[in-house]
Write a protein that binds this ligand. Structure first.
Ligand code: HEC
Length: 158
């Protein structure tokens, strides 16, 4: 009886340690390096992964343009459409293998931006105020700026 308890406790202990190490490796740190003369953390990614992130970024920029234009034209439906396309649903399309390489701070800022786009869409539909959308967008852009000043992408092997 006593001996089995020791074995169970050891197995559970080993699993718990493995879990903490995996959590540390895959969830918290991501895969980053330093670039001399640059204060931003460099996230090390394969070319296809970089392309995916950059494509998402260019969609962000296009959404910013579309929201500003729609607000100027007093078109809440178009604001909502452009914003919703960049909401949390878009964040879910990142493959798990890529997500594991992204530092937790990067993911937090990124999720914040996706959430804010959903918020802009919901409020545009419910309230229909272009000026509100613009002020929400101004807040959202602060998060784009924060992430850009903290992170860059680096090719694998660097
Ligand atoms: C979670 C972090 C993060 C957020 C949030 C973020 N970006 Fe980026 N963005 C990056 C990184 C990292 C790069 C690559 C920088 C580099 O060249 O190494 C980048 C690159 C870009 C690029 C260049 C894409 C290319 O083809 O190279 C554009 C445009 C861009 N971001 C727009 C935006 C806009 C607009 C927002 C906000 C709506 C935004 N980003 C929010 C991290 C972020």
């Amino acid at each position: 009886m006593g001996r089995w308890h020791v074995i169970y406790a050891s197995v559970i202990g080993a699993l718990a340690i493995a879990l903490v190490v995996m959590l540390w490796l895959f969830v918290l740190t991501g895969k980053t390096t330093a670039v001399p003369g640059d204060t931003r953390q460099a996230i090390v990614l394969e070319p296809a992964e970089q392309a995916l992130i950059r494509t998402e970024m260019r969609r962000f920029l296009a959404a910013v343009q579309a929201i500003i234009a729609a607000a100027l034209h007093d078109d809440p439906a178009a604001i909502a459409q452009a914003a919703r396309a960049q909401g949390m649903a878009a964040a879910g399309q990142v493959p798990a293998r890529l997500a594991a390489k992204l530092p937790i701070g990067f993911k937090q800022i990124g999720h914040g931006v996706h959430h804010e786009f959903d918020r802009i869409a919901i409020d545009a539909e419910a309230i229909g105020d272009g000026k509100l959308a613009l002020s929400q967008l101004a807040e959202t852009l602060n998060r784009c700026i924060a992430c850009h000043s903290a992170y860059q992408l680096a090719p694998a092997g660097s």
